[in-house]
Ligand binder design. Structure first.
Ligand code: AMP
Length: 407
């Protein structure tokens, strides 16, 4: 089925065409007709499935022409996601006269107040800053017709649920709501019952987990050699763009400085950096000014950064889901990707829970011709019998990425 057959408006179809989309993704096929019909929709889908267009295109089709008060509210958990979704919405509505504003914290109020006072049709917002504007009377939600709660499980993780409730309460009862969430824990279930009207659930199970589609491996190492191994791997990879994930902001800063000293074009993204620095980091990385983005998990979820050729986990993530989110940054849209994780002896338990979570043993690799010092991890294969992970020699990812790193 084509986009044209889904019943979208002519201007929206023009926008879709300009984006170069030829056919709808699974979630778009299922959700667009339901939203056009006026149904509330719960989409259990992750980023990368095309969910932004799945909710935006039918809403834009139903909005008609520009009016002076916000009629669509899209709530996002982080500033980066809000900004990414705003860009997508602008792209999709560029052949209409509809207007969009994005509202998030960490930046001045002036421009946002100005945008709100001129009157926009679509608001993309994070909950905290939106409430600030509501409290000072700069923003009213009494004309909202379409409410989208995007990445609801992430909003829950970040403690935004009370704020979300207050915002939903300020929207008219008569509205159409959509909620997207990769998982539906009990608190989201309660929110659904309370905020939505006889919703239809659209589950997109077909997308395979990055754990199945991305080639990924563990690189056990003695803690004293962690930095040396990272430098050596980076030297040998033929990468286009690479994200290095760290568990803490301090590690991210330290790894960023280390790689800068080794002449990699590096930028660092974590929540202690100012909004301006975060935007510059992401923009520079997207534009190719930086080839390496060193980030904490704030960057792991949701961000759609195209063409990341590799992910390196400098630290093993503490939560198994974060492993999947992190390695999912590479191998998007079927591009080949590789994810490498440095593992210390103290990471054994975390790795075991990741392996349970993804239902597979992750292969262990040893970098060819690297002067390894001993770690007890090297004994794991000998001691634990038949199912033990086996080490393979690696020149990094089977050898085909071997060589001097950057172009
Ligand atoms: P999302 O899941 O909304 O973050 O979208 C992931 C990526 O898929 C974005 O880069 C979109 O531009 C892209 N995308 C969305 N829908 C389609 C489509 N029907 N065909 C091709 N690409 C798409």
């Amino acid at each position: 089925m084509s986009f044209a057959q889904l019943g979208l408006s002519a201007h929206v179809l023009e926008g879709v065409k300009a984006m170069g989309y030829t056919e709808p993704t699974a979630i778009q096929l299922r959700a667009i007709p339901l939203i056009l019909e006026g149904r509330d929709v719960i989409g259990s889908a992750q980023t990368g499935t095309g969910k932004t267009a799945a909710f935006t295109l039918p809403i834009l089709s139903k909005l008609g022409s520009h009016q002076k008060s916000p009629r669509v509210l899209i709530l996002e958990p982080t500033r980066e996601l809000a900004s990414q979704v705003e860009t997508a919405v602008r792209d999709y509505c560029r052949f209409t006269d509809l207007t969009v504003a994005v509202i998030y914290g960490g930046v001045g109020y002036g421009k946002q107040r100005e945008a709100l006072s001129t009157g926009v049709d679509i608001l993309v917002a994070t909950p905290g800053r939106l409430l600030d504007h509501m409290q000072e009377g700069a923003c009213r939600l009494d004309h909202i017709e379409f409410l989208v709660l995007d990445e609801a499980d992430r909003m829950l993780d970040m403690g935004f649920l009370p704020d979300v409730r207050r915002i939903v309460e300020s929207c008219p009862k008569k509205r159409q709501s959509s909620l997207f969430s990769a998982t539906v824990p009990p608190q989201i279930e309660t929110l659904i019952q309370w905020a939505m009207n006889n919703p239809e659930t659209v589950e997109i199970g077909a997308r395979r987990s990055p754990a199945e589609t991305v080639s990924h491996a563990l690189y056990p190492v003695n803690s004293m050699q962690k930095n040396d191994l990272l430098i050596e791997i980076m030297e040998r990879l033929h990468y286009d763009s690479i994200i290095v994930f760290c568990r803490t902001k301090q590690n991210a800063d330290q790894v960023g400085s280390l790689l800068k000293r080794k002449n990699h074009a590096v930028t660092v993204l974590h929540s202690n950096r100012t909004q301006r620095e975060r935007e510059d980091a992401l923009k520079g990385f997207r534009d190719g000014k930086y080839e390496v983005l060193v980030a904490t998990d704030i960057a792991a979820r949701g961000l759609d950064i195209e063409g990341v050729s590799h992910v390196i986990n400098y630290d093993v993530p503490q939560h198994p889901e974060d492993y999947v989110h992190r390695i999912g940054r590479t191998g998007r849209a079927q591009a080949s990707g590789d994810a490498l994780t440095l593992m210390l002896a103290e990471d054994r338990d975390h790795v075991a829970s990741i392996e349970r979570f993804i239902g597979q043993t992750i292969k262990r690799e040893k970098l060819d011709k690297f002067e390894y010092k001993y770690t007890s991890l090297f004994d794991d294969t000998k001691s634990s019998g038949g199912n033990a992970p086996r080490f393979r020699q690696s020149r990094v990812s089977g050898g085909y990425h071997f060589g001097r790193s950057r172009k």
